[in-house]
Design a protein around this ligand. Structure first.
Ligand SMILES: C[S@@+](CC[C@H](N)C(=O)[O-])C[C@H]1O[C@@H](n2cnc3c(N)ncnc32)[C@H](O)[C@@H]1O
Length: 241
């Protein structure tokens, strides 16, 4: 058995009960160091822990796949939710195993941000730049999302200088594309671990530095009006008699 589960982000109290149960019953718990660290208190002493980083992830996942094929109960732990900015790692797990693997969703940093900043998913699009490959289609999509009057929740890319696409690069790019500099913008760091927040306009963000553990909200300039029914008419106290 092998299952990929979402944990965190940041604090293990955001892990689902099902996720905790799977870890407590695992023979093998694998994942990036910082993510396994979030769930370390739940890992049984008898379990084998396979830690990995960006450079050795393929080799380490081959080890996990071999343990899975030998009949061990394996859990691969992902940061936040697997389905936002986690699919390339899932692909690597599946490539190592040679088959599709079950997933258990977790709570995403995007959900925590939505809760802190009070934004509605229906009116918001999620985009990540924290991925391998061509970022251009995602950049264009972000411009379209904002021009279409929706909020954007954006995971930046913190990698090496050549690829880095952090909040200041995102803001600069959007301004170059003619996006309105007045968009209310927020950057939240270390959510669930002593959050830090920055609020300003998109243009103000172009020279701000944030840590790798940050997520960005760019609000629409044209929030939708409420579409719920009008409130019941108040009967004026005096009109009753
Ligand atoms: C590879 S992505 C994984 C996102 C994850 N799957 C999720 O749903 O939150 C990692 C990036 O997510 C963002 N992130 C994850 N946890 C965060 C947190 N607690 N606070 C702020 N940003 C976070 C950071 O930008 C981090 O570099």
């Amino acid at each position: 058995m092998i299952i990929c589960i979402g944990a965190g982000p940041g604090d293990h109290s955001y892990l689902t009960m099902r996720g905790a149960e799977l870890i407590r019953n695992a023979d093998v718990v694998a994942g990036f160091n910082a993510v396994v660290d979030v769930v370390k208190d739940l890992i049984p002493v008898s379990a084998q822990v396979v830690l990995m980083g960006y450079r050795d992830q393929v080799a380490k996942l081959d080890e996990v796949a071999a343990l899975h094929h030998a009949g061990k109960r394996c859990v691969v732990v992902f940061m936040g939710d697997i389905h936002f900015s986690g699919f390339q790692y899932l692909e690597r797990v599946e490539r190592a195993c040679g088959h599709r693997v079950e997933t258990l969703p977790g709570i995403s940093s995007a959900q925590i941000l939505a809760s802190r900043a009070r934004v509605c998913f229906d009116e918001t699009t999620f985009i990540t730049f924290h991925r391998r490959g061509d970022l251009e289609p995602f950049k264009r999509h972000l411009v379209n999302v904002l021009n279409d009057g929706r909020n954007a929740i954006v995971i930046p890319c913190p990698w090496d200088a050549a690829r880095s696409f952090m909040p200041r690069h995102i803001a600069t790019y959007l301004l170059q594309q003619g996006v309105n500099p007045e968009h209310p913008t927020e950057v939240w760091e270390n959510l669930t671990r002593g959050d830090a927040e920055w609020h300003g306009k998109l243009a103000d963000c172009a020279d701000k530095e944030f840590s790798d553990m940050s997520i960005m909200l760019i609000r629409t300039l044209t929030p939708m009006d409420s579409q719920i029914e009008p409130p019941p008419e108040k009967v004026a106290a005096g009109a009753r008699g």
